[in-house]
Design a binder for this molecule. Sequence first.
Ligand code: CAO
Length: 559
Amino acid sequence: MTKETIKIPDLGGGEGVEVIEVCVAVGDVVEQEDSLLVLESDKASMEVPAPKSGKVVSIAMSVGDSVSEGDAILELEVAEGSDEPASESAAESAPEPDAAAEQTSAADDDTDGGNDTAGAAQPASTAERTETVKVPDVGGGEGIEVIELCVAEGDEVNEGDSLIVLESDKASMEVPAPFTGVVSAMLIKVGDAASEGTAIAEMRVAGANSVSDAKAEQTAAPAEKADAPMSAEPEPKNEASTAAREGASTSSPSPAPAAPGEQVYAGPAVRKLAREFGIDLSKVSGSGPRKRIVKEDLHAYVKQLAKVPAAAAGGGIEPIPDVDFAKFGEVDIQPLSKLDKLTAANMHRSWLNLPHVTQFDDADITELEDFRREMKKEAEQRGVKLTPLPFLLKAAAAALRGNAKFNASLSADGESIVYKHYVHIGMAVDTPAGLVVPVIRDVDKKSLWELAEETAELAKKARERKLKPADMQGGCFTISSLGNIGGTGFTPIINAPEVAILGVSKLAVKPVWDGDSFQPRKLLPLSLSYDHRVINGADAGKFFTELAQMLADIRRLLL
Ligand code: CAO
């Protein structure tokens, strides 16, 4: 095994190009041609492929770095007897200045005036003729899939307009029109495998501005593209385009996203990012020429989504205005914890997606409380605290067993209900870092002592931030007890995809009419929120009555 330094290949003259993604990590085994980095300049994005197979020993650059040809990317441990030194082969893995580049210069030369061949083949004139546009040199890529046709027969296109989009497993690439003219025939379709020289389209072009010799039949890729690796994504090269983009991004306040059926223009890095975030590019407004979507547009779109989660969830609700509170008095701005943000997102998602209904009832727990007090000494001896919570868990488990719809989840497509044959109940725990919901498994099979011990243990773990993700998964139902804190009732938000949650408020002694006189009874205010897509009012009434009866007479838990 030898160590070789892999360096940035020839970027076609690009200097100080930004690293936007490092595709490998130390210890990764890469195959030749696997992507190592994604670079993005203001003109193009490109992936840098591994020149040979090997194991990544160290990485010399990170996202945000500015790199140029020859900069060390990483060290690769390669098998002895591998070809040439990697530092050279890296550069070689990028295509040499290719035929397309030569053709570009030929085209440019022609435009500038004397090119013998072109001149001999066709006198400069404005007479129309037909040109066959072919796939240019794509850096050695063979059989690359056509994923989009950007034009149709009869379309008028300008030089630089995209004709088709190709996508390999490493990158996507748009092939621009080398001429201004009219597409007279499309010779390729979506799904076709294209290689250098594959005919794309026939175009009717005016004579004076075009080249007509055999060479010119190849599509002239823009100059910036010529030296870049296959995955480099060409951009229209003229400065007017750049100016148009700059103009668009500054003067046009909000370019509209592509209309239905309209072509979406975006480079490989942008498409990749969009895929990773599950963003539909047709919804993103492009600020580049021909509404091309650039990285900044994607960032702006994501920021906008984050700002208006209601709209993102389909509510179409206007965002809360951004107010400068400091204008009205002294303020202190504290960042939200990660947990707070996660809870906020989950609550919002549940609130917007689930039609919540909340029912209220008081459970008479006078006898339960008497029993609990009687058991206090025994609890102390056992080293546990017997609060109302284990009773609530036990009663809820029995009610869940008897009311299957409450122990269920709606499938994501809304087509079916998943009934659970286990009873795992989550309990909301308030911690300094935020709200967490550890889950107690098989509540129906555990004794009150076991539940008392486990709830105390989980609450402690939660406050010490020692819960593992698995401790908070698999819940069927949640209990949120604010009893110790106070309040006469609240509307808890369902911990989706569960379908119901029980809110518990502060026990109060109230006069209850027993038919002859008022008796002081200990009433526990309960609120039950449920997902009205799964549970209807009658279901909830039955569940709630059973729950309250069990709490009122805990002997029922034995039935
Ligand atoms: N009414 C009156 N007193 C109550 C009560 C109620 N509903 N529930 C509990 N109490 C009493 C307990 O009996 C205990 O008193 P004693 O020691 O005299 O018996 C005292 O309050 C303290 O209880 P606790 O809070 O230590 O234990 P718990 O089992 O009742 O609750 C836990 C545990 C983890 C659920 C709770 O500490 C907690 O974090 N609650 C907050 C949950 C929350 O934030 N929910 C909101 C989510 S949505 O924003």
